[in-house]
Design a protein around this ligand. Structure first.
Ligand code: ADE
Ligand code: ZN
Length: 326
């Protein structure tokens, strides 16, 4: 498939990747051994066999449990470098990478250890593969807004390493409105903000993320198609959607790939991008997502070019930087 080879080789940006979700079973066991931790699984195969999810929450439970092996700055650096190696192989030249500090600070890991470890991995990845990467600090929406304010205060000494802020974790029952004040503060710091919305939650959460949080991009947003007026708005305002096809499949947002709403959103003219979300858990990295989409939808080269171009246009890189890619 000519268009598939074209899409896989094309330079791309990845804008929706949770670094904790790139923790492969092999690295999880290696870090557990290094840190003297016993994982509740006999071996890597037993852990991988547990990757059988029926909802976002069933995945999150395992994702937070596995994050317990991450203890030292070196662990975070190793995790980052492992992802960047995979990203470089998929021709990703720019990545905006989510991390969940509250998952770590709640276990007594200082936020500075998390950020400096991840940042060391980014610098090493830049040196080895020339890949450009930055960090987006995500707040966990199942926790309180006050907890988010505490985390923001803890992160203050490292704000120069933070390209923006995001909102993730359990969507249902935790609408964007819960974080309106926190996100106003993040924007007042001069940083762009994004939010997961319309993954499992309703289109109304996408509207809230735009109107109440000032989200510059919507992560997922695939349920937006249930509200035609919202799709019109996303197109009119050129709101980027960071879509993660294998994630949606594995978390049962759609029963099969042929039912995914990405083609509808793309055809409507929305600024769709393709991303891997939590590649260690969902069966693949960015090019695996592209292959899965192509098997279902057989896009042409022009569509793949549009998607790759969208990824750069939707990024938070400087205009001068973007001009080197587009
Ligand atoms: N955290 C990691 N992956 C996530 C997802 N797909 N949705 C919400 N929170 C997440
Ligand atoms: Zn996500």
């Amino acid at each position: 498939d000519d268009a598939l080879a074209f899409a896989c080789r094309m330079p791309k940006a990845e804008l929706h990747l949770h670094i904790e979700g790139s923790l492969e079973p092999g690295l999880a066991f290696a870090l557990a051994r290094r840190n003297g931790i016993t994982l509740p699984y006999a071996d890597e195969a037993a852990l991988a066999a547990a990757y059988d999810f029926d909802s976002l929450q069933s995945f999150l439970d395992l994702y937070y449990a596995c994050a317990d092996v991450l203890r030292t700055p070196q662990d975070f650096s190793d995790l980052m470098l492992a992802y960047l190696e995979r990203a470089a192989a998929d021709h990703i030249v720019h990545a905006e990478i989510f991390f969940d500090p509250q998952t770590h600070t709640a276990r007594g890991i200082p936020i500075g250890d998390v950020i400096e470890g991840l940042d060391a991995g980014i610098e090493e990845g830049r040196a080895r593969w020339g890949i450009d990467a930055s960090l987006i600090l995500c707040f966990l929406r199942h926790l309180s807004e006050d907890d988010g304010f505490t985390t923001l205060a803890e992160a203050e000494p490292w704000l120069d390493r933070i390209a923006g802020f995001g909102l993730d974790s359990s969507e249902k029952g935790h609408p964007p409105a819960k974080f309106e004040r926190l996100f106003a503060r993040c924007r007042a710091l001069g940083k762009p903000v994004v939010a997961h919305a319309g993954e499992e939650g309703p289109p109304a959460y996408v509207v809230e993320a735009l109107d109440l949080l000032g989200a510059a991009r919507i992560d997922h947003g695939v349920r937006s198609v249930e509200d035609p007026a919202l799709v019109e708005r996303l197109v009119r305002e050129a709101v980027p959607l960071t879509v993660c096809p294998l994630s949606n499949l594995r978390l049962c947002v759609f029963p099969e790939m042929t039912r995914h709403t990405l083609p509808q959103l793309l055809a409507a003219g929305a600024k769709v991008t393709v991303n891997s979300d939590d590649p260690a858990y969902f069966g693949g990295y960015l090019n695996d997502n592209i292959r899965a989409l192509q098997a279902a939808f057989h896009f042409d080269k022009a569509a793949w070019y549009r998607i790759a171009r969208n990824s750069f246009e939707a990024s938070f890189a400087s205009e001068a930087q973007k001009a080197t890619w587009i």
